[in-house]
Design a protein around this ligand. Structure first.
Ligand code: ADP
Ligand code: MG
Length: 264
C-alpha cells in the first residue's frame, strides 16, 4: 500500500453552462492507495461522479479541469475500459439491448485482451461464473431485458473486470436496486477486488452501506473533500459537522449498525 495508485493534487473541475462556469470539484487533494477499498461519500451534486469521470479521463468537453492527476502506480496513463473498469448506477444504460450478454462480455475480452472469439466466449462464461450468475450458459445467450436488475448489474461487473483492470470504479452501483440485492452486489464487488488485488473506488450517498466494507472514507460536500481517513476512525470521530450529520441521519434506519462492534 506504499505508493499510491493515483494522486490528485488541487484537482478542480468546473462545467460551462449558460455562459457561466460552475464548480463541481474544488482543490481536491487525495491519494488512492493500491489495493484499498475507498468509498467516496456525499450527497447528490457534491461532485462524486465528476471525480470518477476525471479519474477515467472521460469528462465531457464542457468541463474544465485544473490541477493534477498523477498515476505513480501505473507505468503510463491508464486506459479507461482496460486499466480502469467502470460500473455505473443504471445497468440498463451500460448494456446494449440488441446484443446478447455473451457477445457484450466477449467483445471486451476480444478488444482488450486480443482473444479470438472462441477464447473470448469461454472467458465470458468464466466471468459469469465469477459474478455468480445462475445458469451461466443460458445467460450467455440471453439479452439484457431477460435478466433481473441485479443480474444485469452482475453482467456489467463481469464486463468491467473482463480486461483485468487494476482499478474498478463503481459509481452508485446499487442505488437502483432493492436492499437485499444491494447487499449481494456489495459483497460480490468486495470479493472480486480481494481475489484480484484490484483497487476499488465505491461511490455512494449511503454512508452506512459504504462503511460495511470500505477501508477508507472520503467525504465530499459541495465540490470539496471535507474529510478522509480510515473508516472506523471517521465514524468514531468525524472531524466535520457535515460527516456527523451524515452518520446521524442513519442512526434510526433499519440497516445494521455502521460497523459491528462500534455501535454504543
Ligand atoms: P454527484 O455525482 O455527487 O451527484 P456530480 O459530479 O454529478 O455530483 O455533479 C456535481 C455538480 O456538477 C452538480 O452541480 C451538477 O449539476 C454539475 N454537473 C455534473 N455534470 C454536469 C455536466 N455535464 N454539465 C454541467 N453541469 C454538470
Ligand atoms: Mg453521481
Amino acid at each position: 500500500m506504499s505508493i499510491p495508485l493515483a494522486s490528485l493534487r488541487q484537482l478542480s473541475v468546473s462545467y460551462r453552462a449558460d455562459g457561466a462556469a460552475r464548480a463541481a470539484l474544488e482543490a481536491v487533494d487525495l491519494d488512492i492507495l493500491s489495493g484499498e477499498r475507498l468509498a467516496i461519500i456525499g450527497e447528490s451534486g457534491s461532485g462524486k461522479s465528476t471525480l470518477a469521470l476525471a479519474l477515467a479521463g472521460l469528462l465531457p468537453d464542457t468541463a474544465r479541469q485544473t490541477g493534477e492527476i498523477a498515476w505513480p502506480g501505473f507505468s503510463g496513463p491508464p486506459r479507461a475500459g482496460r486499466d480502469i473498469g467502470f460500473v455505473f448506477q443504471d445497468p440498463g444504460a451500460s448494456l446494449n439491448p440488441v446484443l446478447s450478454i455473451g457477445e457484450q462480455i466477449a467483445e471486451v475480452a476480444r478488444r482488450h485482451l486480443g482473444l479470438g472469439w472462441r477464447d473470448a466466449w469461454q472467458k465470458a462464461h468464466d466471468l459469469l461464473v465469477r459474478v455468480r450468475i445462475p445458469q451461466p450458459h443460458a445467460a450467455l445467450a440471453a439479452y439484457p431485458h431477460q435478466l433481473s436488475g441485479g443480474q444485469r448489474q452482475r453482467v456489467v461487473i463481469a464486463s468491467a473486470i473482463a480486461a483485468g483492470p487494476r482499478l474498478l470504479i463503481a459509481d452508485e452501483p446499487t442505488s437502483a436496486l432493492d436492499m437485499v440485492v444491494q447487499a449481494e452486489i456489495v459483497a460480490l464487488l468486495d470479493g472480486l477486488v480481494r481475489e484480484d488485488g484490484m483497487t476499488l473506488i465505491f461511490i455512494t450517498h449511503d454512508i452506512a452501506l459504504a462503511s460495511g466494507f470500505a477501508d477508507r472514507l472520503a467525504v465530499f460536500s459541495e465540490a470539496r473533500l471535507v474529510e478522509s481517513g480510515p473508516t472506523a476512525g471517521v465514524l468514531a470521530q468525524p472531524a466535520e459537522d457535515y460527516t456527523r450529520r451524515l452518520i446521524a441521519s442513519h442512526i434510526d434506519l433499519t440497516t445494521p449498525p455502521l460497523i459491528a462492534g462500534t455501535a454504543p
